[in-house]
Design a binder for this molecule. Structure first.
Ligand SMILES: Cc1cc2nc3c(=O)[nH]c(=O)nc-3n(C[C@H](O)[C@H](O)[C@H](O)COP(=O)(O)OP(=O)(O)OC[C@H]3O[C@@H](n4cnc5c(N)ncnc54)[C@H](O)[C@@H]3O)c2cc1C
Ligand code: SF4
Ligand code: SF4
Length: 474
């Protein structure tokens, strides 16, 4: 245990204040109101107060578990009037804590997470990013081991559920969290999952290098210990229907089917061999299927999925990987940290280009016809709309094209009483999470569109509380 008083140099204090203009924070609290971690652990985490501590008493901030609890979802940054980036400010503080050997906050944060969320081990890898602080692997693993040991002590092995039957559709972070919370409340919970394995995008999307299978396996085993039943290879709308679930006595249904439908770009050549959707590519690699990876790969898109697909192609043996994005670096929706790591690994980025045609030879991808873009007026999201530059077409050789231009929600299996939002996701009341069909609730990416693990967890917890009130007639 660290006993010496932590020190922060004058230079670091200056750097902290200057970083993203921390000294100009309005203290408006919008970050706190937007923060999923704050909703999960309100007595432990409040970004506005944490930023204030960093300004007023940075030495104290070094020892606090809070600095380790930010889930890197950037929701606060999107809404902050001053465009501050709390995850990056906290990274600087965490890195300094690690340099000084101050790890008590990290230890305490693991304890808090183990007590707060069922997916604590997965969150440690994919949300909190201790590795970015250059923490020694051994220190990281020791804390994880303690987290697993502590939570297994509290695990209720194979409890016999007594309460009403609840159906959860989809086993990603939202579905798993709702299942865990409802099982803890005594409900008889069954999770129906279309894929052969449990975990949603934790299992089939996020690359192994960033989230090892074992962490997902451990979290799933922990949840099974609360008596949750799983039916895999069972898709709602195909293998079971809403009516069947009702007839079998399920009192409420929670739809947490994610946003797994890859958008197409709608240009010629998408059907050629070697042109694949990013989610299919990532899923096949994670499922250990034989995947043919090209030598010269182009990834179309600028989000996190594009970056993960590019890195997976590179790690899988591609000689050259280029991400092509139609806006500029500033507009890239991908987490800037992931982009930086991708560039350090050798992935090239090209901005203000868009594909107009996928070129083929003998049925296989042979290249791309691209067009240069320029930015016009901002669209409804505030981002400037890219427009093609006249007569700027050019061609490039590639033997594999990965399309990562966004994910949508598959709503084809829903009955017509369940209405959709204006972004074509499932509409659910933001407080109760109930859809327009009585007794049917929805949450996670299926409602918000592609978001983050932490937001999925919050949705699952909120839905469980709401379903509990609904079943009890509250
Ligand atoms: C490549 C990639 C990288 C990402 N990286 C990060 C990251 O670093 N940090 C972060 O916070 N977030 C990240 N995310 C986002 C995060 O994984 C998602 O926001 C989160 O998993 C959403 O959880 P969910 O439970 O709503 O849905 P999902 O995790 O998508 O799970 C939905 C589940 O429902 C199942 N399903 C679908 N239809 C049916 C049906 N009809 N019947 C039964 N089951 C069905 C699916 O098979 C799936 O298992 C990433 C996502 C991807 C794709
Ligand atoms: S939203 Fe921005 S300005 Fe407001 S308290 Fe948070 S960091 Fe400060
Ligand atoms: S990045 Fe997400 S978890 Fe971190 S402070 Fe912002 S809203 Fe909260």
């Amino acid at each position: 245990m660290q006993t010496r008083k932590p020190k922060i140099s004058k230079e670091l204090k200056e750097k902290l204040l200057d970083l993203e203009k921390l000294k100009y924070c309005f203290e408006c609290g919008i970050c706190t109101a937007s923060c999923p971690m704050m909703e999960l652990a309100p007595s432990h985490y409040n970004p506005r107060i944490l930023l204030e501590t960093i300004v007023l008493d940075p030495e104290k901030a070094l020892t606090k578990p809070d600095i380790w609890l930010c889930g890197w979802c950037y929701r606060c940054y999107e809404r902050c009037p001053q465009k501050l980036k709390p995850p990056e400010i906290l990274l600087l503080v965490k890195t300094h804590a690690v340099e000084e050997g101050i790890l008590e906050g990290f230890n305490e944060a693991a304890k808090i997470m183990g007590e707060t969320v069922a997916l604590a081990e997965s969150c440690y890898y994919v949300c909190f990013h201790p590795e970015r602080t250059k923490m020694r692997q051994e220190d990281f693993e020791n804390v994880l081991k303690k987290l697993i040991k502590n939570r297994n002590k509290t695990k209720r092995q194979k409890i016999k559920p007594q309460g009403e039957k609840i159906a959860i559709i989809g086993s990603g972070p939202a579905g798993l969290t709702a299942a865990y919370e409802l099982a803890k409340k005594g409900y008889h919970v069954t999770v129906f999952e279309a894929y052969p394995e449990i975990g949603g995008m934790l299992r089939y999307g996020i690359p192994e290098k960033r989230l090892p299978r074992k962490a997902v396996d451990d979290d799933v085993e922990y949840i099974k210990g609360f008596g949750v039943e799983f039916k895999t290879n069972t898709a709602l709308g195909k293998d079971i229907t809403f009516d069947q679930l009702k007839d079998e006595g399920y009192k409420a249904i929670f739809i947490a089917v994610g946003a797994l439908k890859s958008r197409k770009i709608g240009c010629e050549g998408e059907e050629l061999e070697g042109a694949v959707c990013a989610l299919d590519f990532l899923r096949d690699v994670k499922s250990k299927k034989t995947v043919t990876i090209g030598e010269k790969v182009a990834v179309i898109g600028g989000g996190n999925v594009a970056v993960d697909a590019a890195r997976t192609a590179l790690h899988g043996g591609a000689k050259e990987v280029t991400i092509l994005y139609r806006r500029t670096r500033e507009e890239m929706p991908a987490n800037p940290w992931e982009v930086k790591e991708a560039e350090e690994e050798g992935i090239k980025l090209e901005f203000l280009v868009a594909p107009s045609r996928i070129l083929g030879k003998d049925g296989k991808v042979a290249g791309l016809e691209l067009v240069r873009m320029e930015l016009g007026e901002p669209d409804e999201t505030g981002r400037r709309t890219p427009k093609p530059v006249k007569d700027s077409n050019f061609t490039r050789e590639f033997d594999m094209i990965i399309l990562a231009v966004g994910e949508a929600v598959d709503t084809s299996f829903l009955p017509k009483e369940i209405e959709l939002s204006d972004i074509n996701t499932i509409w659910a009341d933001p407080i109760t999470m109930e859809t327009t069909k009585e007794g049917v609730f929805a949450g996670g990416d299926a409602v918000t569109g592609p978001a983050s693990v932490m937001e999925g967890i919050v949705a699952g917890k909120r839905a469980a509380d709401s379903i509990d009130r609904y079943v009890k007639g509250g």
